[in-house]
Design a protein around this ligand. Structure first.
Ligand code: AMP
Length: 219
């Protein structure tokens, strides 16, 4: 399956993507994670991306689309993938369509995670992520690690993302509304959008998502 995950920052895209990708046996491709890996390795691409990310802006398409394409061309993505955080504007969606069309492929579904705005701010402010694996996500109130600052899964150090400050979150939400939300209409016109609520326990949301994807596969 080829799936795109959309939703505002804090909707739980990364967390859900990790579970869904495992359930569906497809790679989880997160452009945010790819940028963060480049930043920690000190690559030129990482240097270019960091200032935009810290400001809560989108990294320019010239950088982003090529990086996403390179990742999608890896052998593990041959039979499908779950895209998390890409595309994030209509021109990226058009570029993705062109890439898929060139290979005679199509998307199967666009999973839209809905969550109220006040909940988003609460979720992000308390979010803590493992340095070893960004799919190990905790929250100081909602799902605290057993030992503060230490990942329950692998013992890695937990940290707060630079762009999870309240000011940057507000900017990221604005960018989401103005630039990313229009892709939902773009994909609705292709009949691909499945919307689910992202409220509730992580496992409940994963189950809801799996059911919605199965249903969309049958339709
Ligand atoms: P994420 O981990 O998906 O929340 O992404 C973190 C940040 O990385 C975003 O706020 C953007 O600055 C940048 N980013 C991730 N994906 C994209 C994309 N598809 N286009 C542009 N910038 C992106």
């Amino acid at each position: 399956m080829r799936i795109v995950l959309v939703g505002p920052p804090g909707a739980g895209k990364g967390t859900q993507a990790a579970y869904l990708a495992e359930n569906l046996s497809i790679p989880h491709i997160s452009t945010g994670d790819l940028f963060r890996a480049n930043i920690s390795q000190g690559t030129e691409l990482g240097l270019k991306a960091k200032a935009y990310m810290d400001a809560g802006d989108l990294v320019p398409d010239e950088v982003t689309i090529g990086m996403a394409r390179d990742r999608m061309e890896q052998p593990d993505a041959e039979h499908g993938f779950l895209l998390d955080g890409f595309p994030r504007n209509v021109s990226q969606a058009e570029a993705l369509d062109a890439m898929l069309k060139a290979e005679d492929m199509t998307l199967d579904a666009v999973l839209d995670l809905e969550v109220p705005e006040d909940e988003v701010v609460k979720r992000i402010a308390g979010r803590r992520i493992c340095r070893n694996d960004s799919s190990h996500v905790f929250h100081v109130t909602y799902s605290p690690a057993k030992s503060e600052g230490v990942c329950d899964v692998c013992g890695g150090e937990l940290y707060q993302r630079d762009d999870d400050s309240e000011e940057t979150v507000r900017k990221r939400l604005e960018v989401y509304h103005t630039q990313t939300e229009p892709i939902i209409d773009y994909y609705k016109a292709q009949g691909l959008v499945v919307t689910i609520s992202a409220l509730g326990k992580v496992t409940e949301v994963t189950q809801r998502a799996m059911e919605a994807l199965k249903k969309s596969d049958r339709d």
